[in-house]
Design a protein around this ligand. Structure first.
Ligand SMILES: C[S@@+](CC[C@H](N)C(=O)[O-])C[C@H]1O[C@@H](n2cnc3c(N)ncnc32)[C@H](O)[C@@H]1O
Length: 310
């Protein structure tokens, strides 16, 4: 590191030299503006909160098996939809909240994780494994709360349907002003982990709480919530249970509620053969905090969708 910033200037020049004139003009204007200072401060704040999530992830890693699936869980490989080809041989689960892309790369280098499986023993005839995750990555979670959803969630109840190790809830806790943050989870071991983290990190129990139940038995919780995150449930429910859950959500979600999904509603429901019945139920929304897109690699986040209930 040089005190006069020579190294940094050199890196900036390397970057700028590849940019076309028009884009360079707009970057120069931005650096000279007040907005740039504000953006820099916002970025610092995001990094600070991200460190908190990273710290929580490192504590959870010590509480769960390396493959991120609890002994009491019954994983059901999907038979319909875009993950129907996933089976125990060709699929590897690595929890993206606990291990980001860089950490996965390190695990591969250290030989603790492999990206391939052998089609015939002792041969070079290998195939890439399909990597799946049961949790959203820190990066996607920040995009959900800093770009996709409205900025002001005061007086709102946020509900994560199937909260697992709680990553979504902790991100909601540190990145939003939501008054109430609730996770519902059917697996007891996962609930215990979430309770421990909430206690260990001294989170306000009046603001964040875990409900150990099947979401299908908690109509009141659904009716009283305003903002929902529903990650793909493919590996946890049968096709029939999955269909029933969507009929149940359609019946109980209030008009105007927000829903974040990590697969489009069309793809989710077409896979279950029920899309026609839901065609007018939701409207897709633009991200509510577009000004913050600058802090994220937006292309990595294009599998996230925001809807409102009509
Ligand atoms: C894909 S994980 C999602 C974790 C977290 N929401 C995220 O996006 O990072 C789905 C979780 O939902 C839970 N789950 C599935 N069906 C459920 C149900 N009917 N009621 C409550 N939890 C459920 C599973 O046990 C699992 O932990």
């Amino acid at each position: 590191m040089s005190e006069d910033g020579t190294n940094t200037k050199s890196r900036i020049l390397d970057l700028f030299v590849g940019i076309d004139e028009t884009e360079l003009d707009s970057i120069e204007q931005w650096i000279c503006s007040k907005q740039y200072k504000q953006d820099l401060e916002k970025k610092k704040a995001i990094i600070k909160s991200d460190k908190m999530l990273l710290k929580i992830g490192s504590v959870i890693k010590k509480m769960v098996p390396f493959d991120g699936e609890m002994p009491s869980e019954k994983i059901i490989h999907p038979t319909v939809g875009d993950q129907a080809d996933c089976n125990r041989i060709n699929t590897c689960h690595i929890d993206e909240f606990l291990y980001d892309a860089e950490q996965v790369e390190d695990l591969v280098k250290e030989g603790k994780l492999t990206r391939h499986y052998c089609l015939e023993c002792n041969s070079r005839n290998v195939k890439e494994l399909t990597f799946i995750t049961h949790s959203m990555s820190r990066e996607l979670l920040q995009y959900v709360f800093k770009v996709l959803l409205p900025k002001d969630l005061e007086d709102k109840q946020f509900l994560d349907v199937g909260s697992r190790f709680g990553g979504v809830l902790y991100a909601a806790y540190y990145f939003t002003n939501a008054t109430s943050i609730v996770g519902i989870e059917m697996n007891k071991e996962c609930c215990e982990i979430q309770e421990k983290i909430i206690g260990q990190f001294s989170m306000d129990p009046n603001r964040i709480k875990i409900v150990h139940a099947d979401v299908a038995d908690k109509e009141d919780l659904i009716r009283n919530s305003d903002v929902f995150l529903m990650s793909v449930l493919d590996f946890f429910v049968t096709t029939e249970e999955h269909r029933n859950l969507w009929y149940y959500f359609k019946k109980h979600l209030r008009k105007g509620s927000y829903i974040v999904l990590n697969r489009s509603i069309a793809d989710t429901l077409s896979g279950l053969d029920i899309f026609e019945e839901f065609i007018d139920w939701l409207s897709i929304c633009k991200p509510c905090q577009m000004e913050n897109e600058i802090f994220f690699d937006v292309e990595d986040c294009n599998e996230l969708f925001l809807y409102t209930v009509n």
